[in-house]
Design a protein around this ligand. Structure first.
Ligand SMILES: Nc1ncnc2c1ncn2[C@@H]1O[C@H](COP(=O)(O)OP(=O)(O)OP(=O)(O)O)[C@@H](O)[C@H]1O
Ligand SMILES: [Mg+2]
Length: 287
């Protein structure tokens, strides 16, 4: 059972806010959780053009070492902001994020791999060079970096495009390069922002399977943002459901192994439960 799972209070699963118990437990866990990520009472806002946008409102949860937490919530609620804070790209306005028991600080880190919604590839580098660059900057020889890059490009099904330039790729292919780049680092903390959003449904399922197999090998701690509830059930040990902006944690839903079998009744129940938390009924026919 994950740290976050243990902190999800079943009686509170559909409450608008986590109970103090869940919050307190998450906060306690962060101090000694080796390889764990903890978000402690984090609030955040942006100031732009004289306007303040409140984004996160007292968000608390934790992800145990080697566990996968999938974050779902309405568009614009603050999921990417949450990942940015976990990555140390910015500082929370209030609260703190800890990794391995230490407050996440801004600046370079060597435990982190991240794939953004926009993959941000260097246009002057080939696909292989784009993946290898992260490895050479972390001390790998050019030869090892190239070999590892090739391995992960094979994993994401891009072996024929290693020498292509980003401008020659589709959006989905570029996104897969971004995933390969993050995975190739074998990070202890992996932050993924809708990594499979731009690929077709079939490729997406294949990537999910590959991803799951890779997780078993290296067991990173993962925060995975997705809009796809079936994907969250397939990959997450827990699903963190966020509310509308300014987003709070609406509920944390644990996922059991048997609930991942898409042909099972247990899966259908989990899907309906998660969609209901997001305010969606599973009845497409209506009244
Ligand atoms: N740098 C910024 N400056 C000002 N406002 C920002 C900035 N980045 C994000 N926002 C605003 O913060 C809110 C949350 O944005 P964020 O990208 O975190 O949402 P999201 O949940 O990831 O959305 P989506 O599901 O569409 O990717 C939005 O209203 C957005 O306009
Ligand atoms: Mg986003």
């Amino acid at each position: 059972m994950t740290t976050a799972t243990r902190h999800a209070t079943p009686t509170n699963r559909h409450a608008a806010m986590p109970t103090p118990t869940a919050t307190d437990a998450a906060m306690t866990a962060g101090r000694d959780a080796r390889g764990g990520l903890t978000v402690e009472r984090v609030s955040h806002h942006y100031l732009a053009n004289g306007r303040r946008t409140d984004v996160l409102d007292d968000v608390s949860f934790s992800v145990g070492a080697g566990q996968v937490a999938c974050v779902v919530g309405p568009s614009g609620c603050g999921k990417s902001t949450l990942l940015g804070l976990a990555a140390g790209l910015m500082r929370p306005a209030a609260g703190r994020v800890t990794w391995n028991g230490e407050t996440v600080r801004m600046g370079p880190t060597d435990h982190l791999g991240m794939a953004f919604q926009q993959p941000g590839l260097f246009p002057w580098m080939t696909v292989r060079e784009n993946v290898a660059i992260g490895l050479t900057t972390r001390g790998k020889s050019r030869r090892d970096a190239r070999r590892i890059a090739d391995e992960f490009l094979d994993t994401v099904g891009l072996h024929e495009f290693k020498d292509a330039y980003p401008s020659q790729l589709s959006g989905g292919m570029a996104q897969r390069v971004g995933i390969a780049r993050a995975l190739a680092l074998k990070p202890r903390l992996l932050l993924l922002d809708e990594p499979f959003a731009a690929v077709d449904a079939f490729t997406r399922l294949k990537l999910q399977q590959e991803f799951k197999a890779l997780l078993k090998l290296d067991r990173p701690t993962v925060l995975f943002v997705t809009h796809d509830v079936p994907e969250a059930i397939a990959l997450g040990d827990v699903i963190v459901v966020m509310s509308q902006r300014p987003a709070a944690v609406k509920t944390i839903i644990p996922v059991r192994r048997e609930e991942r079998d898409r042909a099972s009744l247990a899966y259908a129940h989990k899907l309906a439960e998660t969609l209901a938390c997001l305010g969606v009924t599973s009845d497409m026919e209506g009244e």
